[in-house]
Design a protein around this ligand. Structure first.
Ligand code: TXE
Length: 480
């Protein structure tokens, strides 16, 4: 049985407890590896290593940091197939998705920030009369980076890259459900010559290892991606310690289909924004809002294409949806289908678990599901399901669409389909989401601010936002 190890002070080591957690392959529903069941003593050792490494790493010229990080990115590209297979096995997602999205984006994250550090500049304010002010931005210190299981290496590197590029050292924790690529990543960091202690990866349970990172007095900055419930716990721990916090949380994103849209594009992309990665992307458009005049035509075509999706072996190139990440998560998502029925919803397609043949017979599979006849206030339309389940609701007017779009506690992303440019801008400006896509979805430019409003999070990642987050601004005023 394969064992993963913590990566502390440049070494791959066992957890102090010597204990391990079972790690499942969701496609087969079987234990395939063991994850360190670390505790706060392991976190302590990691924070010490990161603290010792900080003075040198933080003053290393950006160009030197860039060279090492670019080597890591090259090694990820070199191991694309191996990392994609690891991601697919660990998460249950189709191999073709891991190979086309997850792993290329992981190396892109690192390359983007390795080079951004070379161009990161600060401000100066000259007062012609008598003074000049200039701002310095120094790396804050040891950064705690905690990431979820849905896009494991993609989101893990999305935090670590800017932290390291900014000159922070890092103690990171991947989800205990998908530790494999983080473990392989630590080996690549060793191979690339990342100095010991600059990055430390401690595996284990969120409530134990994650909590220990968040409450550690020598970790002044925390970057978290995960559920809103966990985000609240982290904020409650970190706020009284005046820690700097970035929280990327859940979503219940509206996908607004106006009657004047490019119908084929809207349907085709809506299938992706509904079911990609088994619907386990916080940016998925899980509430589809369709203008009344287009409603029947859209629902008919959307359900037809949903039925055509292939749920199966993640290693099969023809598979569109693989397994959900865990048995518990599958049951959670199925429980929302039952809730939808209780709330008066009509299941147009899907809603059932799927039992595949042979070695996949114990895997965590379910049908992509489309639900109508629910009102916007019911729990099914208010709570994040985070699976291959969407609701479709009609709206009468543009104002009604905006009211529906803004009717949940979340505000992460939204998609708007219209061929009318003025309408696109008008609606975009009124939808309360941090990220708006018009006539596209998940079309990413890493320079843009990434994050949500309301209960979808605090702060923004991406572009200069992330480098500012991991640095402390200081203003120096010099009297002339
Ligand atoms: O989250 P959890 P999950 C959201 C997504 C969904 C959820 C799924 O919408 O709601 O995250 O991810 C660790 N102190 N997003 O279930 O449980 C845990 O071990 C410190 C939004 O994994 O919150 C794991 O490593 N850490 C996002 C990580 O937190 C703790 C994109 C996330 O776990 C902890 C992806 C604690 N008390 C998912 N408890 C976006 N907005 O981009 C758990 N953890």
């Amino acid at each position: 049985m394969q064992k993963f190890f913590n990566y502390i002070n440049g070494k791959l080591i066992e957890p102090h407890s010597g204990k391990y957690l079972d790690n499942y392959n969701p496609a087969e529903g079987k234990i395939y590896s063991l994850v360190p069941d670390s505790d706060e003593s392991d976190v302590d050792q990691a924070v010490t290593a990161a603290s010792v490494a900080f003075p040198l790493w933080s003053v290393l010229p950006a160009e030197e940091r860039m060279k090492i990080l670019l080597k890591v990115a090259d090694l990820i590209d070199h191991d694309l197939s191996k990392l994609a297979l690891a991601e697919s096995i660990d998460n249950g997602k189709p191999m073709k998705l891991a190979r086309s999205l997850d792993i290329p984006r992981a190396s892109a994250n690192i390359r983007f920030y390795a080079t951004a550090a070379m161009h990161f500049a600060t401000d100066a304010h000259v007062n012609e009369e008598d003074s000049v002010n200039y701002t310095t931005r120094m790396p804050i210190g040891v950064a705690g980076c905690i990431s979820p299981w849905n896009l494991p290496l993609y989101l893990f590197t999305w935090k670590i890259a800017p932290a390291l590029a900014a000159g922070c050292t890092v103690v990171a924790k991947p989800s205990e459900l998908t530790p494999m690529t983080a473990f392989l990543f630590s080996k690549l960091c060793i191979e690339a010559g990342l100095p010991p202690g600059v990055l430390n990866i401690v595996h284990g349970l969120g409530g134990k290892v994650g909590q220990a990172i968040v409450e550690h007095p020598q970790v002044p900055v925390i970057s978290f991606t995960g559920g809103t419930v966990t985000g609240k716990k982290i904020a409650a721990t970190a706020a009284p310690m005046f820690k700097k916090l970035s929280l990327e949380l859940g979503g219940k994103n509206p996908n607004i289909i106006l009657a004047d849209c490019d119908f084929e594009q809207a349907v085709k992309t809506s299938i992706l924004s509904s079911f990609a990665n088994q619907g386990e992307i916080c940016l998925c458009g899980s509430r589809i809002l369709v203008e009344r005049s287009l409603f029947d035509k859209f629902v008919t075509e959307f359900v037809k294409r949903t039925k055509e999706l292939k749920v199966g072996d993640p290693q099969n190139e023809l598979t569109d949806l693989g397994a959900l990440v865990s048995e518990a998560h599958l049951h959670k998502v199925l429980s929302y289908v039952n809730l939808a029925k209780e709330e008066g919803g009509k299941i147009l397609t899907g809603g059932n678990p799927i039992k595949l043949e042979g070695h996949l017979s114990s895997g965590y599979y379910m049908e992509p599901t489309v639900i109508v006849d629910l009102d916007e206030k019911c729990r099914t339309n208010q709570e994040e399901i985070f699976g291959p389940v969407v609701t479709i609701m009609p709206f009468e007017t543009e104002a009604h669409a905006i009211e529906l779009a803004n009717s949940t506690p979340y505000g992460l992303s939204a998609t708007i389909w219209t061929e009318n440019l003025k309408r696109a801008h008008r609606v975009s400006h009124q939808v309360k989401s941090g990220i708006i896509w018009v006539n596209c979805w998940l079309h990413r430019d890493l320079r843009t601010p990434f994050g949500g409003m309301k209960q979808s999070g605090v702060g923004r990642e991406g572009g200069w936002e992330a480098l500012r987050f991991f640095t402390e601004a200081k203003n120096v005023c010099v009297k002339l």
